[in-house]
Design a protein around this ligand. Sequence first.
Ligand SMILES: Nc1ncnc2c1ncn2[C@@H]1O[C@H](COP(=O)(O)OP(=O)(O)OP(=O)(O)O)[C@@H](O)[C@H]1O
Length: 307
Amino acid sequence: MTMPVIELHDLTVYYGRRRGIEGLDLAVEAGEVFGFLGPNGAGKTTTLRVLLDLIRPVRGRALIFGQDCRRHGPAIRRQVGYLPGELNLPPQQTARQYLAMLDAVRGRVVEPAYLKQLCDQLELDLDRPLRTYSRGNKQKVGLIAAFMFRPRLLILDEPTGGLDPLAQQAVIELVRAARSEGRTVFFSSHVLPEVQAVCDRVGIIREGRLVTVERIDTLLQRQQVHRMRLRFAHQLPPTVFSLPGVTILAHSGNDIMLEVRSGLADVLRIAAEQAVIELETIPLTLEEVFLAYYGGQGENHAQPVLA
Ligand SMILES: Nc1ncnc2c1ncn2[C@@H]1O[C@H](COP(=O)(O)OP(=O)(O)OP(=O)(O)O)[C@@H](O)[C@H]1O
């Protein structure tokens, strides 16, 4: 088996006495697109910053390409395309001057045609002073700075933050293209449909701890809730489905929408007895799975509905 691109072993960060992250174990394989999800303050940015050796763990280790991030920070940073959560761009320079400066530091490796392609894809004009850019356009500059070297690993902190839907879609395409070239992408996000669209696996972090790491398709399939819409040839009282583990979500005319947590066989038997003419299962979205983890739950009450 090939070496993971990113490895975290018992990774723990404290800010003074304040918890950053606690005991994170994770391996991200070469060529994967890995989405890192969690509510505000869960520890996503902290984890990414340890990988770039911008902050240091109090316990545990982070490795990139098998190298310890603490000991090989500069060498690792040269091989990684990093989009920070908060960009600090020189206000007087134009975007083109800024990107050329980054390229000069790395030894002029950027292909002009690729830089132009990135600008076209993101619809960005590089020839204005950075102080005049909107938040979204600054984000685009940060994205180009991360992608333009065609790095083996991209670490992106909320890559679509502040972007309009068209630009968000362009970022998804950039990530897909990176994957198709065999690059690895590790990114944090709050935008669940985009994670669902582009990631192979997700890690869900809560209060500094990884609560699940799963393939997206498995995560969605393992969700034990079935949601279905049933259509009957005649009207019937929805109460025929009043069973333990079954919630009647909606009822209109000959249609009934159910959420079935247990007793699926009974639901299907009753539906057959009532001469069901159509049955449609409605897959849960990542958003719903995610809310099942976090929705309405206070501190220290993680009760995932996932098996
Ligand atoms: N510089 C800092 N000083 C003190 N505490 C910090 C610092 N940076 C982060 N923290 C704390 O560490 C925890 C994790 O924060 P982090 O920024 O990693 O979360 P996040 O998941 O990236 O959140 P968001 O989605 O809001 O960006 C939070 O409790 C936060 O308050």
